[in-house]
Write a protein that binds this ligand. Structure first.
Ligand code: ZN
Length: 376
């Protein structure tokens, strides 16, 4: 994977390139970014850049023997570790190497792969993937090998927060006395779950969420989506490219999410109580996770209304018919009610997480929204 294939993240790319120009490649680096931000592709592009024999100032060449092996993830000095579970085929003590062929295939198909997608690909049947103590024995085994071809050997541990405590303690020992010519790239989504003693021994590479524009551009380029759909998907994905890809697989959901939002607010504004009740009942039938996503999406749509209302065009994210509908609604969303509206929605999300009755919660929220929209 070349840096140029990765969406956005220009600042991080520059910082990584600089470590090589300055010849100060830290032996343990923590790539920390939420799901779908590209932390794993960045770590692998960095590894490819380190190995490349004909690198330019800004990227690996993509065609030297090292790059060719890296692009298939078969470079002998690259060692990959990731969460696994027992499956139909692997009944006990699963480790990464049993699944390496599937992992390569999954990553090459989608470098923005999420953990949930990966576990689904191997048929984990809702089991949580983890990195076991058997895996840490494999890590130590990899350290006993001398680099074959490159100056360094690079160990990439994807979702390192999934290490169990025994595995983490073994890794800590290694990081305390780092072997020569070895680079650890730990890729995590949530480093609070990592041992603090591990975190303190690594250099942090912080990866931010992708911008909606970056996601929309990539979708237009790679999937030929029209600008309006691309923008809608990007808004729903909330900076997570893995999520954007999941969404375009179910295209009807994209327009239905917006319709769900706009009909809800129309009923609320018009004070149509029977319709609000029906709306709440049918929306309460969605899976809880979808309901939460929908409410988060609602908040972003309300912010968009503010942007349209005050003609802050450079911040506007929607286009076409969507923008027109929001523009009508934006007459009722203003600086007086935007905060109470978004606060009520955030409270509802928190209540959903606490397993509140969804039907009552949505109806109650509908009444509150109706009141807030009419208050001005
Ligand atoms: Zn190369």
């Amino acid at each position: 994977m070349k840096f140029s294939e990765i969406i956005g993240q220009e600042e991080v790319k520059q910082r990584l390139l600089q470590t090589i120009t300055d010849n100060r490649i830290s032996h343990a680096q923590l790539f920390f970014g939420k799901e779908g931000t590209g932390s794993l592709p960045l770590a692998l592009a960095y590894a490819q850049y380190i190995f490349c024999t004909q690198k330019t100032e800004t990227d690996s060449c993509g065609s030297c023997p090292s790059c060719i092996k890296m692009q298939k993830l078969i470079h002998p000095d690259l060692h990959l570790f990731f969460p696994v579970t027992t499956t139909e085929k692997i009944k006990t003590k699963p480790i990464s190497s049993f699944f390496i062929a599937e992992w390569r295939k999954s990553f090459l198909k989608n470098p923005y792969l999420s953990l949930a997608q990966w576990l689904e690909n191997i048929g984990s049947e809702n089991k949580q993937g983890n990195i076991s103590v058997e895996e840490s024995a494999e890590i130590i085994k990899a350290l006993n090998l001398k680099p074959y071809e490159a100056e360094y050997r690079i160990l990439v541990i994807w979702m390192a927060e999934r290490m169990n405590i025994a595995a983490a303690n073994k890794l800590l020992k290694v990081l305390e006395e780092p072997p020569e010519k070895t680079v650890f790239l730990l890729v995590v989504e949530d480093y609070d779950k990592l041992l603090p003693t591990i975190v303190s021994r690594t250099q942090l590479v912080k990866i931010t969420s992708l911008k909606e524009k970056e996601i929309a551009e990539k979708l237009k380029e790679d999937y030929q989506l029209n600008p309006e759909t691309a923008t809608q998907v990007a808004l729903m994905a909330d900076g997570n490219y893995a999520e954007a890809l999941t969404l375009i697989e179910k295209e009807e959901e994209i327009s239905s999410q917006f319709n769900l939002f706009i009909t809800w607010f129309r009923y609320a504004f018009a004070g149509k109580i029977p319709e609000m009740i029906r709306w709440s009942e049918s929306t309460a039938g969605l899976p809880r996770e979808s309901m939460k996503n929908f409410l988060q999406y609602t908040t972003r749509m309300l912010r968009e209304c503010m942007v349209i209302r005050y003609h802050i065009n450079y911040l506007a994210k929607t286009e076409g018919e969507t923008k027109e509908s929001l523009s009508k609604l934006s007459k009722f969303v203003n600086e007086k009610n935007i905060i109470p509206l978004t606060t009520e929605i955030s409270k509802a999300i928190a209540d959903l997480e606490r397993n509140a009755n969804a039907k009552i919660l949505l109806l109650d929220l509908s009444f509150k929204i109706a009141k807030l929209l009419k208050a001005n």
